[in-house]
Design a protein around this ligand. Sequence first.
Ligand SMILES: Cc1cc2nc3c(=O)[nH]c(=O)nc-3n(C[C@H](O)[C@H](O)[C@H](O)COP(=O)(O)O)c2cc1C
Length: 201
Amino acid sequence: MNTLSNETLATIHARHSIRQFEPRELAEDMVMTLLDAANQAPSAHNRQSWKFVILEGNARIELAELVSTASKIFDRPASSLLRMAARSIASAPVTIAVINTGDLISHGTELFQVDKDMGFDFFRTMEIQSSAAAVENLLLAATSLGLGAVWLGILYLIKDRILTFLQEPQGEFMAVIPVGHPVRPTQGPNKKPLENVIKKI
Ligand SMILES: Cc1cc2nc3c(=O)[nH]c(=O)nc-3n(C[C@H](O)[C@H](O)[C@H](O)COP(=O)(O)O)c2cc1C
């Protein structure tokens, strides 16, 4: 099958991490369209235990400064990856932070009469997996609208500072995603050949 003749598959193939953005505003309805796509993701027990925090204007600059300052307490490569993340956030007109609310964990551990630690571990994993699906939806929606985005996982290293900044101290850090108009089209790195990641049993 020619995957590129299918719009959804073509978008999946076209998505690449974009780390530098044009200094161009992002229309409010574009941001809402991205978040609506994220919100359509599958989630365990349909709990949608995610929260999307929108950072624009000064808020994103303050976040970039926080990340840049925090980078100094780390050695390389973490320090340079954090500085790179700060530059991406500063250059993007909008950054979306994704937080897990813990709602699935509370709901699930009450529902399932299993060992407390096992229940927590199970539902926390389900929460992370659900939010990862939401993040991927957002990234694909951005690509399909001609926008670029990158999932900044490195900020997990400073998750407590980030959660405090986002005024979500009880939440669990999931992702920070700068979004905007790409400075230039990018190919992205090659993927492993399919045969390397498949086995049949
Ligand atoms: C969980 C996760 C965390 C990531 N964290 C970072 C990050 O902190 N900084 C960054 O520049 N890219 C980050 N990325 C993007 C990856 O580097 C990127 O997806 C990978 O190199 C493949 O490139 P592609 O997205 O262009 O296909 C992350 C991706 C994922 C899925």
